[in-house]
Design a protein around this ligand. Sequence first.
Ligand code: PRP
Length: 216
Amino acid sequence: MRSRAQLRIALAKGRLWEEAIARFSRAGMAPVSDKGRRLLVPSEDPGLEFLEVKPGDVPIYVESGAADLGVTGTDVLREGNPDVLEPLELDFGRCRLVVAAPAAAPYPSLPGGITPRLATKYPRLARAHFAALGRAVEIIEVGGSVEVAPLLGLSHWIVDLVDTGDTLRANGLVEHETILEVSAVLIANRASQKLKLDRHLDVMRRLEGTAVNGER
Ligand code: PRP
């Protein structure tokens, strides 16, 4: 059942959570500080509330209308290709989706014509990238800690997000190709944006205001 808040905004736990909360807070929409373990989190703005979900689930909630808006990464969006609007690119969460391999390993082909096995959380993007290049790969889908896969012989290469590069270096991997430049974006449910256009525009203007004022 809908609570009294007019807009529900799905936010991804993890990498994007702190920066998303900081942006909404600077725009006068901070979540209550004593949220505890609640997953539906009231805001200081009584017209909206936040929903805390796993990053990969943000588009599902927004596409279905269970949430009106959401903040997620373009990695998740391009992988799942949900039917949502993307009205605002946000100035945080920048990283890139890359192909990486062990530092000493041959690249881009393996000896003896072996088809490379590639571990990733992004099977669709990885498959599309290599299909476009006409290079055969076998995709192994994993849920996280992808960098360990080549160390244990599960895969030859990986496709994963890189920010500082620390995780790649710590696991003896080097970057070879960039598949996607990633950033956080605001996404919107199509019907909700039509029905509650004023509220959507208000949230967008306030978020944009925090960026143009140089308060990033
Ligand atoms: C992400 C990504 C890399 C790491 C990259 O993992 O999958 O593992 O961050 O960051 P770095 O280049 O700054 O080291 P995340 O923490 O989201 O967890 P995950 O392993 O569950 O994907």
